[in-house]
Design a protein around this ligand. Structure first.
Ligand SMILES: *Cc1c(COP(=O)(O)O)cnc(C)c1O
Length: 386
């Protein structure tokens, strides 16, 4: 095996990142504040809101996880509260609930978007209320870049007057009915970890509806210092601001975000093409034109019965021998040992997706030659189509 490794999703620099980082060094803004932090926030605000009638503000933070934590703090989630959360997601969606001593209650997915199922969401809310506790918040995720059923989820949330926290960590550049993901609720979060559609090497953002809410979030993210010549604190604070160095990388990345979305979507088209002739493999795609996914990762489900017995692990292991990375979907939170005592509302959709689903290499920087290797690798596994 001579070949370089093909990753699921690797960093893809645009070319101007180092210029912004160098400026930070030249001006000695080597700190968790500075012109790149402000510039990066402006870039994201413009990207999300400039073509919209909506308004909002962006606070750049040290991670998407930190942003979720702050969102829950801002909503007043406290020890003993319950927070509803999509089960099929990365653990970072749910962990901040536990940081606050609150209890997660997990909800199943629906088949069209793989995200929060409105039916089970409603059932869970009614049941939790009947059991004596109204949930404090709903964490909904645009998984793999696919928008969740925004209208349906928001309708239920407003019916019961429960705020939604929108986890758009994987969905920068995705839209629902023409509006950008990250703009549908009181608080939304983004991630710029190394494997996301753009990266700051590590970082995240909290999106708020108002500049005042952003100001409060930044106050909490910088140790909650009261106005005083000495250090004085009336609230518990956090050290969650993004470094001005990292933000410099982010400014460079924001110059190419549209290109990155296009390239990821082309990878999705590549798989739609490849699997169109192969029985038993479904490429997950937008249910209709309301949903526009950045296709951060391309996802397939494999039906062993129809592929002549070849399942998701067979394909994954086969690709591994060819030095091609692929990965099962997120293991649902209600199946995770750490959350084994949490309540769950659902009927096996997320579990089934986990059993049969596979994420395929989806980077925006895959060469023609690498795509050929992926294609040949997949075809040589699903043998009869060789
Ligand atoms: C990456 C990710 C996060 C966390 O973001 P970090 O920046 O890595 O802390 C949260 N939710 C989802 C769905 C993610 O994919």
């Amino acid at each position: 095996m001579n070949k370089d490794k093909i990753w699921l999703s690797s960093p893809h620099m645009g070319g101007t990142e180092q210029k912004f980082v160098n400026e930070a060094f030249e001006q000695n803004w080597v700190a968790p504040l500075g012109p790149n932090v402000n510039g990066f926030e402006n870039d994201i605000e413009k990207f999300l809101f400039s073509k919209s009638s909506k308004e909002g503000a962006v606070a750049a933070l040290s991670s998407g996880t930190a942003a979720l934590h702050l969102a829950l703090v801002m909503l007043g989630v406290k020890a003993g509260d319950e927070v509803l959360c999509q089960s099929m997601t990365f653990a970072a969606s749910a962990n901040p609930i536990a940081y606050l001593g609150a209890t997660p209650v997990f909800i199943d997915s629906e088949e069209e978007t793989l995200n929060l199922c409105p039916k089970h969401l409603k059932r869970a809310i009614e049941d939790r209320i009947a059991k004596g506790k109204k949930p404090k918040a709903i964490i909904a995720v645009h998984l793999y870049g696919m928008p969740y059923q925004v209208d349906k989820v928001n309708k239920i949330a407003s019916e019961f007057d429960i705020p939604v926290v929108e986890d758009a960590a994987e969905a920068l550049g995705s839209t629902y009915k023409g509006e950008k993901c990250g703009t549908f609720s009181e608080y939304a979060i983004l991630s710029f970890n190394g494997n996301k559609i753009i990266t700051t090497s590590g970082g995240g953002a909290l999106i708020t509806k108002t500049p005042a809410a952003k100001e409060k979030a930044v106050f909490l993210a910088t140790q909650a210092r009261d106005t005083a010549p000495h250090y004085q604190h009336s609230e518990i604070g956090y050290n969650y601001r993004l470094s001005n160095i990292s933000a410099g990388i982010g400014r460079g990345q924001m110059q190419v975000i549209d290109k990155r979305v296009r390239a990821r979507r082309e990878m999705h088209d590549f798989y739609v093409d490849l699997f169109s002739e192969i029985e038993g493999v479904k490429v997950h795609s937008a249910p209709n034109n309301d949903f526009f996914s950045n296709h951060w990762l391309s996802v397939v489900s494999i039906d062993k019965e129809k592929t002549g017995g070849i399942g998701r692990e067979d394909l994954r292991l086969h690709l591994e021998t060819l030095n091609i990375e692929s990965r099962p979907l997120w293991k649902p939170m209600h199946l995770q040992p750490v959350f084994r005592n949490a309540a769950f509302y659902g009927d096996g959709i997320a579990e089934n997706l986990f059993e049969n689903g596979l994420c395929l290499p989806s980077g925006s920087n895959l060469s023609q030659e690498q795509k050929e290797r992926i294609k040949n690798g997949i075809l040589s596994c699903l043998k009869e189509y060789k």
